[in-house]
Design a protein around this ligand. Structure first.
Ligand code: FAD
Length: 382
């Protein structure tokens, strides 16, 4: 045993950094351990931008987004800089969409969040950048926003350190018990509680507690496109958009550079996170480019792409729970849509670890059927 902490957080991506920050802010001694260098590009929290939105397929998620906007506002105040860029959000449902629009409209209505439904002509009048097929309906929610992925993760790490946390990178955790973690060099840290935020590598940690959950890691690809007239795609003139069909795509207005970013949701191959490429996939690129150039005629050729991992639970719901039989170990997993909730994950996981929360929700439980029934049929398009 070398050192003792109140809590150890394993993994310092967006979720783990937020958790270390919230635990340290409560006055606990916190150690954060990251296997790669801080700010690396091997996980899921790097690059420039992530979507923050209210429009979700269940009232529970819509209500959680209401907490997320408050948590981002508090984080921005703590950081002394605005982290949320509100641009408006446009969910585009073609005729006979694979994703039911009613799931979204009902959920927003039940949570009391305003939205508008717009036809192709109304969308074209407001945002002439779009060329949409007849029959498309746009669900517009005015608070759709962009948050900076890599930069916000760094902000949460800096705040954690400001509140006294110790963050150690290049420190892979190779062993874990209810009250200790061991890193690759054999050093063992004692603690009263552990929060695992290891995303694609979650099962590497849970195996030490004889637990394994069904996770699929896919290698996604986001691409930046040059623009004939960048001013037309400025954040004050263009909303973020999601094409609500199969395949599903999403994109952003300009954000800190004269390009637009877009990607396919769940378009990547399954991979082993320890054995995956960083190279651009030409097939994914071709499929995305065809969609973007058709839907946004002012978008030009792709100028760069990046790879990033999705870690999918079978029902695409989060994990926020204690490990059954190991109540001092808490797990947080964002199921490939968690960054918008990063500060909220941090607050809720800290609450679970400290014991002032006993559960978060059955939807996020490790005991739920999607994680315990072997024949549960995965569905990721939501
Ligand atoms: C292309 C793409 C687009 C996305 N778009 C959105 C979006 O618009 N909105 C949204 O809300 N979400 C989005 N997401 C999902 C979101 O980015 C993730 O849910 C979120 O970043 C997960 O954060 P994390 O901290 O759990 O994971 P990660 O950032 O992957 O962090 C896990 C960390 O654990 C570390 N680790 C693993 N094993 C160990 C070990 N043994 N010891 C120490 N450290 C370890 C890893 O190195 C890593 O740094 C997107 C994801 C991708 C890939």
């Amino acid at each position: 045993m070398s050192e003792t902490y109140d809590y150890v957080v394993v993994g310092l991506g967006g979720l783990g950094s937020a958790t270390a920050y919230h635990l340290a802010r409560r006055g606990f001694s916190v150690l954060g351990l990251e296997r790669f260098e801080l700010g690396h590009h091997r996980g899921a929290s790097h690059d420039t931008s992530r979507i923050l939105r209210h429009s979700y397929h269940t009232p529970e998620y819509v209500r959680l987004t209401q907490e997320a906007y408050v948590d981002w506002a508090m984080l921005s105040a703590q950081a002394g800089r605005e982290l949320v860029t509100v641009v408006g959000g446009l969910d585009l449902f073609p005729a006979d969409p694979a994703i039911p629009m009613a799931d979204y409209t009902d959920s927003l209505a039940l949570a009391g969040v305003p939205y508008e439904l717009l036809g192709v002509d109304e969308i074209g009048a407001r945002w002439p950048q779009f060329a949409l097929p007849e029959g498309t309906v746009g669900l517009y929610q005015g608070r759709g926003a962009i948050v900076p992925a890599g930069a916000a993760t760094q902000v949460m790490q800096e705040l954690a350190v400001r509140y006294g946390a110790t963050l150690r990178d290049r420190s892979p955790v190779t062993g874990l018990t209810d009250t200790s973690v061991t890193v690759e060099d054999g050093t063992t840290y004692a603690c009263r509680g552990i929060v695992v935020c290891a995303d694609a590598w979650t099962n590497d940690l849970l195996r030490h507690l004889d637990l394994e959950i069904p996770l699929t890691v896919t290698l996604e690809q986001a691409t930046y496109f040059e623009l004939d007239r960048p001013e037309d795609f400025a954040p004050e003139r263009m909303p973020l958009w999601i094409w609500m069909d199969e395949p599903s795509f999403y994109g952003f207005p300009c954000y800190g550079e004269p390009t637009i970013k877009a990607a396919q949701d769940c378009g990547g191959p399954s991979v082993d996170p320890d054995d995956r490429t960083g190279e651009t996939d030409p097939d994914q690129l071709a499929l995305l480019t065809e969609h973007v150039n058709r839907m946004l005629p002012g978008s030009g050729r792709p100028v760069r792409s990046l790879r990033c991992q999705y870690t999918l639970t079978p029902d695409r719901d989060f994990v926020m729970d204690r490990v059954p039989g190991h109540e001092s170990v808490v797990v947080g997993l964002g199921a490939a849509h968690g960054f918008k909730f990063a500060p909220t994950f941090g607050r809720l996981l800290a609450g679970l670890a400290c014991g002032d929360r006993h559960t978060v929700s059955p939807t996020f439980s490790l005991r739920r059927p999607a994680l315990t029934e072997p024949d549960y049929a995965p569905h990721w398009l939501v």
